[in-house]
Design a binder for this molecule. Structure first.
Ligand SMILES: Nc1ncnc2c1ncn2[C@@H]1O[C@H](COP(=O)(O)OP(=O)(O)OP(=O)(O)O)[C@@H](O)[C@H]1O
Length: 514
């Protein structure tokens, strides 16, 4: 895909409903430019060390740069990541600075002057450093790249300043809390795998600090923990609360910098002035002594003030081995809710919602096909849908099952195809209905044999590229029109017969597990 296509695909997937008209125009006029590793290294050395694809987004003017960077950068990076299947860093630059040539670092007093104009918050820091009119500050693109303390940070000590600063912090958090606008409760599909986590998150969002405090959510990669965290945040923001979302990595970087530049007062004030603190990937603080210590005090002071704390992790508190005992026990005070990998129906529902959000019409059988392919990571599931859309649009062809197969297998995600063959499917169907494979593939016409046979034909047609003729041969030498008729019959019936649909989903689920 060239960068123009990547950008077009990204724009197609951006839910523009919440974007104002002016920004939409800027985004339409923007150009995506791929950055070489060298250029990225000069702009953001810390980022260059990570395995990221880097792009500069050339936008029409400084104001566009400011707004897109502050409000939409994260979302654009997320979508680009989905489109490309790889983490992406996006550097927003107004056109005057668009060429991916790094600029030299300005004298330090210039940085100080800029820093004094707007106090830094965790949520703002990236945008502040990378402000488009001073691209040199992209050198400090990530918070973990130490920067010299500014005058405003050193002079921050008297209670009066603290109070002003706190008010400003709250206002900033409301305006720039970096919550992903797509991660709302409305956009979250509830199934058995995430019901408890969803209900608990909703309860916390409705009465922060009152129901479960802390709420500890855990589950595997890409299962919706961050989504729920943001959804709680959005609801808090809507009710005028100060919400702070932070990854434990950011928290660690901030505390390291605060210690280094003696700004721990500022750090503490920031974290203790929030109404809802949302911390992602808490497992990463384990074993980091100063971070754990600081988090312990932050936790206590928010808890004592009945402020809500929500924490996410990839494992339950007990399994975070090097975590200090006093923190572990605090994490267990409230409610611990897990998120399990979604079942096939939930995966299909998620895909349906995501496709609808993209205004992308995807036939049910293709939704089922993708949901069957990706079982444990919803991010990957979305990635497949995005790639399918890009593939179809690039080739300008109708979306058929064959197109879906080639799109997904050509992108290397369909790693099950070679191992899933007709015979396996037939065997799985026979096992499910407790009949013998021989009977199912034979001539018998009893109903208890005929229906499984038709289901097996239907599934083989869906899951493999076996031709109608070959399927017919497998099932006692039936001709291709009989096979086609059977497949069409099952296709029609599952739309009206819930039991049959569930049975087929269960067989498919079982097959994918094997
Ligand atoms: N139940 C769901 N309904 C709709 N979308 C979902 C659901 N669960 C996850 N997603 C989507 O899947 C993607 C990955 O989710 P998210 O980033 O929240 O996962 P995570 O559990 O935080 O992963 P990680 O451990 O990698 O941080 C997001 O785009 C999110 O919107």
């Amino acid at each position: 895909m060239n960068t123009a296509t990547i950008w077009r695909t990204t724009l197609a997937q951006l839910d523009t409903t919440s974007i104002d008209d002016l920004t939409k125009t800027w985004l339409q006029d923007a150009h995506l430019i791929e950055l070489t590793a060298e250029a990225l290294h000069d702009i953001a050395p810390g980022a260059a060390e990570q395995d990221l694809l880097a792009f500069a987004l050339q936008v029409p003017n400084d104001l566009a740069g400011d707004i897109i960077e502050t409000r939409w950068q994260q979302l654009l990076e997320d979508i680009l990541k989905d489109v490309l299947g790889q983490p992406v860093i996006l550097i927003v630059r107004p056109s005057a600075h668009a060429a991916p040539v790094p600029e030299t670092t300005p004298p330090i007093h210039e940085q100080e002057r800029e820093s004094q104009q707007a106090p830094r918050t965790g949520s703002q820091s990236r945008s502040h450093h990378a402000a488009p009119h001073n691209n040199h500050n992209n050198n400090a693109y990530y918070d973990n790249i130490p920067r010299p303390p500014t005058q405003s940070e050193f002079s921050y000590a008297s209670p009066e300043t603290l109070e002003d600063w706190e008010n400003e912090q709250r206002a900033n958090m409301l305006a720039h809390n970096r919550l992903n606008p797509r991660y709302t409760f409305d956009a979250f599909i509830v199934g058995n795998s995430n019901r408890l986590a969803h209900a608990a998150s909703l309860a916390v969002a409705e009465a922060p600090g009152e129901s479960y405090n802390p709420l500890f959510l855990y589950g595997g990669v890409g299962l919706g923990k961050t989504h729920l965290l943001h959804a709680i945040g959005h609801q808090g923001v809507q009710t005028g609360l100060a919400v702070l979302y932070v990854s434990s990595e950011q928290f660690t970087n901030e505390i390291v910098n605060a210690i280094r530049y003696r700004t721990t007062e500022e750090f503490r004030a920031k974290y203790r002035s929030v109404d809802i603190l949302l911390v992602d990937d808490i497992q990463f603080i384990a074993g980091k002594e100063s971070t754990e210590e600081e988090f312990f005090h932050t936790f206590n002071s928010l808890y004592e003030m009945s402020k809500q704390i929500v924490i996410c992790s990839d494992r339950p508190p007990k399994a975070i081995l090097s975590l200090e005992e006093r923190l572990r026990s605090r994490f267990e005070w409230g409610l611990i809710a897990d998120i399990q990998p979604p079942d096939l129906e939930t995966r299909m529902a998620i895909l349906r919602v995501k496709a609808d959000l993209l205004h992308y019409h995807v036939p049910d059988e293709i939704i089922a096909y993708i949901a069957g392919r990706v079982q444990t990571n919803i991010r990957e599931l979305e990635g497949c849908l995005n790639r399918l859309m890009a593939y179809q649009q690039l080739h300008r062809i109708d979306l058929t099952m064959d197109v879906a197969r080639s799109a997904i297998s050509s992108l290397g995600t369909d790693n099950r195809e070679p191992t899933l063959n007709s015979l396996q499917i037939a065997q799985a169907v026979a096992d499910y209905y407790h009949i013998s494979l021989e009977a199912m593939c034979g001539k018998q016409r009893d109903k208890y044999i005929v229906t499984p046979r038709q289901i097996a034909m239907y599934l083989i047609r869906q899951e493999t590229s076996t031709s109608l003729l070959e399927i017919g041969q497998l099932f006692g030498g039936r001709d291709h029109s009989t096979v086609l008729h059977s497949c069409e019959k099952i296709d029609r019936t599952i739309n009206v017969n819930q039991t049959l649909r569930r049975e087929i989903l269960a067989i498919r689920d079982q097959l994918m597990r094997e």
